[in-house]
Design a protein around this ligand. Structure first.
Ligand code: ASP
Length: 584
């Protein structure tokens, strides 16, 4: 028996008990005549003591030779500590050791196994198994397991069945590049790893499973933006005989359950916002509504006043930064430079100070009088003491730029409190989105999303205006879930694919199996998928998802611990009938 107790559970009630413990040496203090060793495992730390009066010389020597992270087993008696540590659950006691066994020695770890380690990101990833010994990572993984468990509890209780779907499939249309796997048995042919189980969960509905969920890995070969992983986990769900309202209610229920069980937070009914309104008011389809600073569109009051920049703009739009009038001229200049950074991309920024005496002072006073500026204040909701920041230009770009500024100002003002949770549904998304590079429309969600009833006729005349039965769940400025009511008849699916530029043959080759299934009694159905990594990070009050993933990849998609990806040897390539053609 390696242990009778773990390192986190002994307290004063165990005094005089004979115990066996196993774990890692966190640290030791050697005073010559007395040695203390902190023994650590997943559950906590227990102090061991060896001293001249009560322990043999040989035993003390053995203790003195222990190094950090040695794996040891001790037998001994629980005794009361002379100087107690009220900050530790085991702080009232220590173990007077009678027997010590070294189970395994350890090299000195390349960084300290402490909450605040001296190890940088790269070295921690290379030795992730050591990093996992640290509380912040260990606790994040435990937290993730709790969230996943609560998801399973809730959905199972609601009658959802967890079904596994295959990983070796063919291309799924989530709009990213596929990871592919060569098939040895089918020369020259490749599987694609699922970007999501989308088509399979729809087929499960045709199969009559009625309510499906799965906590599942998805794979997308995209250029990695910060904090994205090429493989990530979804809570993937689908329901039959449902309308949008049913899905929103079901998954609002799940989210509320998680907030309650995991964070002990009760949230009222989630607000719903139309996509068009989210874009107009926040310049963003995943607005952070923990704070205000809503956009005020100023075209009507700011154009046709001889200020060419505004006159030539498609959109003139501003926000009122609370208390922003306290900014010095220098600070405002810095802010202007901030919006002009390439990451934001504004050409400039007009501002207006709202003075305490009710007057205004703007950077464009030449063109605008006090009455004009009062209207700006009214529209942006600015009060005395605020600073109105105004951007102008092409609508979509300006909205994105002002949204970036709004988030930045909220961050600086401390309005993005990770302990406050503000979920909302964004609904009525456009069905199609124009790809500016190719000039072609593609599905904003995916090609199986149904248009709003009666709008299919618009597909020819005004494709950009067709709205979809699609919805996103947004939490604190992050899209944590998204889904749609699906098309469930072959004819509509064929029209949709045609509008997305698939020829009949291409549609058949890629999605024939789904269209065929639609001819065998497909029920109306719809679903949603949550990004589990991000959801867990937000519930855990963190910005980055990496600590919630046991073995994450770096920004180049590499696992630096196992050193993957890696070349294949000649023999393997030959077996797979592959020849490399590396250009660089
Ligand atoms: N498959 C979709 C996605 O991965 C989610 C859904 O429509 O249910 O975003």
């Amino acid at each position: 028996m390696y242990r009778s107790y773990n390192c986190g559970e002994l307290n004063a009630s165990h005094i005089n008990t004979e115990v066996t413990l196993s774990g890692w040496v966190q640290k030791s203090r050697d005073k010559g005549f007395i040695v203390w060793v902190d023994l650590r495992d997943r559950y906590g730390i227990t102090q061991l003591v060896f001293d001249e009066q009560r322990s043999s010389k040989a035993l003390i020597e053995q203790a003195q030779n222990l190094g950090r992270e040695f794996v040891i087993q001790v037998k001994g008696t629980v005794i009361e500590r002379a100087s107690k540590n009220p900050n530790m659950p085991t702080g009232d006691i220590e173990i007077l050791v009678s027997e010590l066994t070294v189970l395994n020695e350890a090299k000195l770890p390349p960084f300290t196994i402490e909450d605040k380690t001296d190890g940088g990101e790269d070295i921690r990833m290379k030795y992730r198994y050591l990093d996992i010994r640290r509380n912040p990572v260990k606790n994040s993984l435990i937290f993730r397991a709790k969230v996943a468990q609560e998801v399973r509890n809730y959905l199972s209780e609601e009658g959802f069945i967890e079904v596994e779907t295959p990983y070796l499939i063919k291309s799924t249309p989530e709009g990213a590049r596929d990871f592919v796997v060569p098939s040895r048995m089918n020369e020259g042919q490749f599987y694609a790893l699922p970007q999501s189980p989308q088509t399979f969960k729809q087929l499960l509905m045709v199969g009559g499973m009625d309510k499906y969920f799965q906590i599942v890995k998805c794979f997308r070969d995209e250029d990695l933006r910060a904090d994205r992983q090429p493989e990530f986990t979804q809570i993937d769900c689908e329901m039959a005989f449902v309308e949008q309202e049913d899905i929103l209610n079901a998954f609002e229920g799940l989210t509320r359950h998680l907030l309650k069980e995991v964070n002990n937070v009760e949230v009222e009914k989630f607000p719903r916002m139309r996509y068009d309104d989210a874009m107009r008011l926040y310049g963003n389809d995943k607005p952070d509504i923990r704070f205000g600073m809503e956009f005020g569109e100023l075209n009507k009051v700011a154009q046709h006043k001889d200020f060419g920049v505004f006159n030539n703009a498609e959109l003139v739009v501003g926000i009122a930064v609370p208390g922003g009038n306290s900014y010095s001229r220098k600070e405002i200049d810095k802010l202007i430079n901030w919006v002009k950074r390439p990451q934001v991309g504004a050409l400039g920024m007009v501002y207006c100070r709202c003075n305490d005496d009710g007057t205004y002072k703007s950077s464009v006073d030449k063109f605008y009088n006090q009455d004009d500026l009062a209207k700006w204040a009214e529209i942006t909701g600015a009060k005395a003491g605020d600073l109105i920041c105004v951007l102008s230009g092409e609508t979509n770009r300006v909205r994105a730029q002002l949204s970036a500024l709004r988030m930045e100002m909220a961050e600086r003002l401390g309005l993005r409190d990770p302990k406050v949770f503000a979920p909302l549904w964004v609904i009525d998304f456009p069905l199609l989105e124009l790809d500016e590079e190719t000039g072609r429309y593609h599905a904003m969600h995916h090609p199986f999303t149904s248009p709003k009833p009666g709008q299919i006729e618009l597909l020819d005349s005004k494709p950009g205006e067709v709205k979809a039965n699609a919805y996103d769940l947004v939490l604190n400025g992050n899209e944590i879930g998204g889904g749609s009511i699906r098309i469930h008849d072959k004819a509509t699916q064929a029209i949709m694919l045609k509008h997305l530029g698939f020829t009949e043959e291409e549609a058949k080759a890629q999605f024939g199996f789904l269209m065929d299934a639609f001819e065998y009694g497909a029920p109306p159905h719809g679903g949603i998928a949550f990004g589990l990594d991000r959801l867990v990070a937000i519930l855990g009050g963190q910005e980055t998802i990496r600590d919630f993933i046991a073995f994450p990849k770096n920004n180049s998609g590499r696992d630096v611990m196992i050193d993957a990806p890696a070349p294949l040897d000649e023999k393997q390539l030959e077996e797979l009938s592959l020849k490399l053609n590396i250009k660089s």
